[in-house]
Design a protein around this ligand. Structure first.
Ligand code: LFR
Length: 489
């Protein structure tokens, strides 16, 4: 059975054709496209209509290649949204979560609803760009779009709406807004009311694995293709990636590694304790009513932005070149906290890393190789810390770490991670989110029974690379230095 997954990442999107034959899944990338944000005036936007165009191109290519997909689904990054008006029109272009409009707004929200209450009601970590603060920003500026809006649709909801005409909010993404209440299993209208944010725009929530509609006649006519069902999968890419983790153990730790690094475990119930709040962990909804207890780590965004900064000055490096130079650079010279807020917005990342090292009295990395080495070592050390927090909060212990996502192409990072953890890393599959997207479609279509059968199919279909830990003592000493730098006890 051929089906189609669209996986939209913060820097690129792709369409993967999946084929399930005798319990084995094969995938073929049939379309890949850039996802370049656009700065217009003071605001950083997503180019949403271009993304819709590229999705249509993917559909067209699948048909031109003769695949006749039987369903499709979209997953993307979380938290961002578009507002749709009473006549079905898009009110304004969706804003990028890295836009600066939410700066300082978390603290302002806490003056009305205390931070511990927000966490107790939603279980979501505090990130300045959460949808809650984005809507609060709109309310503060008396936004006309917010006033006129009839529907709040997150990025995949919105694209699905353009394709099917149906307006529904998908569960995994809804939970990331920080106004979904996992105890009540419903939107937390009361929380929005306290902040003066309208909630009549929120739509019915559909669970991952629901067929929500089908391609509407105008789309089929435009592309000259037959209509197919459009499925709501775990439309949050991290939810899809974790669905594709090929674990045998029910208790497993994962690192979904791309622009962001998302590290944690799957739990049956959200962990809403004071300790979880203090560690700023999150509980995001997943497949089959599960939650992901995890923490966002800044991830390869820092490397992507370094590369972009060097490109601007006329020095284009391939990722592999940078990783190779990092491999050659001296070990353990200087470290950063990848999650320091200075690294969040787009901009001159090499300079920010150097400033960080200067301000903390460390040697200043000069060459690209030295800078990237500093970032990759610091990420691996942060993973060790966050894995320990995950064990503490969940009461579980993990023999090793599953890594999925494009970041596992960076073999040096995988090896550093195994070294820092002193435990094996099992890396694969690379296309975690797209594969999770396909699997949940197969569940919706009745071709796979449940998520555990899906995970065994991943195990049988894709190779795993195993990284055994090395240089235990040197990494353990580095961890002590790094945690002193961050003043962790
Ligand atoms: C990863 C991701 C993270 C989310 C961030 C922003 O692609 O979806 O899970 O925190 O992007 O939406």
């Amino acid at each position: 059975m051929n089906i189609l997954a669209f996986d939209l990442g913060a820097s690129s999107g792709r369409a993967l054709l999946g084929r399930l034959v005798d319990g084995k899944l094969t995938v073929e990338e049939i379309h890949r496209f850039p996802n370049d944000p656009v700065q217009a005036g003071e605001t950083l936007y997503w180019d949403i209509l271009r993304l819709l165009h590229e999705i249509k191109q993917g559909l067209l290519k699948a048909h031109q290649l003769g695949y006749k997909p039987e369903s499709m689904a979209i997953d993307s990054w979380a938290v961002d949204f578009g507002l749709v008006g009473p006549n079905g029109e898009l009110l304004g272009n969706p804003v990028h979560y890295r836009d600066r409009r939410t700066e300082g707004l978390m603290e302002e929200v806490f003056q009305t609803v205390p931070q511990s209450e927000v966490f107790g009601r939603t279980g979501i970590q505090f990130l300045p760009f959460n949808t809650l603060y984005q809507l609060f920003a709109l309310k503060k500026e008396a936004s006309v779009s917010l006033r006129e809006a009839d529907s709040f649709l997150m990025i995949p909801d919105l694209l699905r709406y353009f394709l099917t005409g149906e307006r529904k909010n998908e569960f995994s993404n809804a939970t990331t807004t920080q106004f979904y209440n996992p105890t009540k299993n419903a939107w937390d209208n009361g929380l929005l009311e306290q902040l003066g944010i309208p909630h009549h725009l929120l739509k019915e929530i559909v669970m991952p694995g629901t067929i929500v509609g089908k391609l509407q006649p105008s789309v089929c006519k435009e592309l000259g293709i037959p209509s197919i069902p459009v499925v709501a999968v775990a439309e949050h890419d991290t939810g899809s990636a974790v669905a594709a983790v090929p674990s045998v153990d029910k208790d497993f730790a994962y690192l979904s590694c791309g622009t962001w690094s998302l590290l944690g475990t799957e739990v049956a119930e959200p962990v809403l304790t004071e300790e979880a709040l203090a560690m700023n962990f999150t509980n995001e909804g997943g497949v089959d009513g599960t939650y992901r207890l995890l923490k966002n780590i800044m991830g390869l965004w820092i490397v992507q932005e370094c590369r972009r900064a060097w490109e601007k000055t006329g020095h284009s490096y391939k990722f592999e070149e940078l990783v190779e130079e990092a491999n050659q650079a001296p070990a353990f010279r200087s470290f950063i906290d990848p999650d320091d807020p200075v690294f969040m917005p787009p901009g001159d990342m090499p300079m920010r890393i150097q400033d960080y090292c200067r301000a903390t009295g460390q040697p200043i990395p000069e060459s690209p190789g030295a800078i990237i080495r500093c970032v990759l070592e610091s990420l691996a050390l942060k993973y060790k810390y966050v894995l320990a927090c995950t064990e503490q909060l969940s009461g579980k212990s993990f023999k090793g770490l599953h890594m999925v996502g494009g970041g596992i192409n960076n073999k040096l990072l995988c090896q550093f991670t195994a070294n820092a953890l002193g435990r094996p890393v099992w890396a694969g599959p690379v296309e975690g989110s797209a594969i999770g997207n396909l699997l949940v479609q197969y569940i919706a279509l009745g071709a796979i029974q449940n998520i555990w059968e899906a995970r065994s199919i991943v195990r049988d279909s894709f190779p795993l690379d195993v990284y055994e830990p090395e240089a235990a003592e040197a990494w353990s000493a580095a961890y002590t230095r790094w945690s002193n730098l961050l003043k962790l006890q």
